[in-house]
Design a protein around this ligand. Structure first.
Ligand code: ADP
Ligand code: MG
Length: 159
């Protein structure tokens, strides 16, 4: 792992699910916020699905495109999954009462964080996904000491 993070090839959908699952398993207690960037169809929601399933969530994981956020309580841990694609102005987030989400011990996974610029907590980790041939490329960049600890644990398996 370099200071810039980890670059991975995800050959197919199961690989994206597996990365999400390993991020869940290696997630330090102190991790609070992860930003997921990439175009529509890059695999952001798929990664979150693998993440929540690994924590024991057995129901559906749908992109909260219209509701902006969906909350889960798998294995006694609170996970808030945001999708800010539909936001036209970051100020709209004021109505959501963000403090209630970026609070305490919850983990926030945020798709389209750039649409909430200025309103969101700083991330521990930024995950950038993009289409690469029939598969995907993932770039994982730590932003905090917690993020660096996390990627060191993950890189044992993924690199
Ligand atoms: P996003 O949330 O970024 O818009 P999705 O997670 O909804 O994207 O995924 C869009 C499509 O990409 C889905 O059909 C999913 O099966 C597919 N997909 C996810 N990961 C991969 C991968 N590594 N290789 C090929 N297809 C993938
Ligand atoms: Mg999505």
């Amino acid at each position: 792992m370099t200071a810039e993070g980890i670059d991975l090839h995800l050959a197919d959908e199961p690989a994206t699910l597996a990365l999400g699952a390993d991020l869940a398993r290696s997630c330090p207690d102190g991790a609070r916020v992860v930003h997921l960037t990439g175009d529509l169809g890059a695999g952001k929601t798929t990664l979150v699905r693998g993440w929540l399933r690994a924590l024991g969530h057995s129901g559906a994981v749908k992109s909260p495109t219209y509701t902006l956020v969906e909350s889960y309580e798998p294995a006694g841990r609170t996970v808030h999954h945001f999708d800010l694609y539909r936001l036209t102005d970051p100020e709209e987030l004021e109505y959501l009462g963000l403090d209630g989400y970026f609070d305490g011990r919850a983990l926030c996974l945020v798709e389209w964080p750039e649409r909430g610029a200025g309103m969101l907590e700083a991330p521990d980790l930024i995950i950038r996904l993009r289409v690469d041939g029939p598969g995907r490329r993932a770039h994982l960049q730590p932003q905090t000491e917690t993020g660096r600890t996390w990627l060191r644990a993950l890189s044992d398996k993924w690199q």
